[in-house]
Design a binder for this molecule. Structure first.
Ligand code: KG4
Ligand code: ZN
Length: 328
């Protein structure tokens, strides 16, 4: 069983080939558009769509070549159709549907956040139930995953996503786009004192990052060096994520945790999660580094699981810019 996974939801054109019977990812090709969006300090949807359209054929061909697979050998096409930047989503969706039609094989539309959520388990059965923390450029959610397709959002950001806050702070400090890796690197190189930033007092398991972002800006405007500002921001943002996750484990009473999404590549977050695992006796599943940011492998894997559960989708299925994970 060979599954093709396509993701063009944001600024990465990604295609992967997943061998479902062995649970192996045969190829996972990602073409990033960073340099095209860098001048704008964030992703421009129309620029992303144009670039996806230019790249998708080459990325598809590279993924098949690396996997050593001919198009006719594919058994299922899975493509992200929600949520994401609408013009960008449409490029992958149209390509995936066209391929499914041409090859006469089933098509499965995939929810991007579900794909991130399940990415720590690529290649095996997800061990339900678990608590999932998805942290990316567009999303910051804590989910109770009861079984495949049954997710309850117990915490979410009320304003910016954590990755978005990283990118905005990086823009303020002229560190380039995407901001996460740049800030993480500065944090690692910094040996000085960390400045205190107030943590937002949002009730329950919800998050807010706009206050942290504003306090960070103030520090910079008051003359603190960029490296100290970046490191202090990271310390606060990561602490805040881990505190909420710890609270979720206590409140929900499930000691199995999965953490995924672009920000889960963060070195300090991974370090603090490992400490939390020891401290609380948690079964921790981190997305493998290569599958933290947007990738076709998580889409192929999730599409395959959902295809087994509920069958294929019609080729009339559309794209949706917004779609909470607990509403389908
Ligand atoms: O999952 P992803 O590739 O795309 C979305 O679905 O949004 O996440 C991208 C986000 C960006 O905001 C980027 O700055 C952030 O993940 N990111 C990081 C790190 N690597 C990527 N944030 C913090 N630390 C990192 N090491
Ligand atoms: Zn993503």
């Amino acid at each position: 069983m060979l599954v093709l996974g396509i993701d063009t939801s944001c600024d990465d054109t990604s295609v992967a080939v997943y061998r479902a019977d062995t649970g192996r990812v045969l190829s996972n090709v990602v073409s990033s558009q960073y340099e095209f969006h860098a001048p704008f300090g964030g992703v421009v949807p129309e620029v992303a769509a144009r670039r996806h359209a230019e790249q998708i054929d080459a990325v598809f061909n590279a993924a098949l070549k690396e996997a050593g697979v001919e198009p006719e050998e594919l058994n299922l096409v899975a493509t992200t159709n929600r949520p994401g930047l609408l013009p960008a989503l449409l490029v992958g969706l149209t390509f995936g549907k066209g391929l499914s039609f041409r090859l006469g094989i089933p098509f499965k539309a995939v929810h991007h956040i579900e794909a991130h959520l399940l990415s720590p388990f690529i290649g095996r059965e997800p061990p339900f139930p678990f608590i999932g923390l998805v942290v990316s450029g567009g999303h910051t959610v804590i989910v109770v995953a009861e079984k495949l397709g049954k997710y309850k959002v117990v915490g979410k950001t009320l304003d910016d996503a954590v990755g978005e806050a990283y990118d905005k702070v990086a823009k303020l400090l002229s560190l380039g786009y995407p901001g996460g890796p740049a800030i993480d690197r500065l944090y690692r190189s910094y040996r000085g004192e960390l400045l205190k930033l107030p943590k937002p007092k949002v009730k329950g398991l919800d998050f807010s990052f706009s206050g942290i972002k504003t306090a960070t800006r103030r520090l910079f405007e008051q003359g603190a060096p960029a490296v100290q500002v970046a490191a202090s921001f990271q310390e606060t943002a990561v602490d805040y994520l881990v505190e909420k996750l710890k609270k979720a484990v206590k409140e929900v009473g499930v000691k199995r945790v999965a953490v995924a999404g672009g920000v889960s590549a963060n070195s300090l977050l991974r370090e603090k999660l490992l400490a939390l695992k020891e401290e609380e006796g948690i079964e921790l599943h981190l997305a493998p580094l290569e599958f933290t940011s947007d990738n076709g492998a998580m889409v192929a894997y999730t599409g395959y699981l959902r295809f087994l559960l509920e069958g294929a989708d019609p080729l009339t299925v559309g794209a949706q810019a917004r779609s909470p994970i607990d509403e389908g």
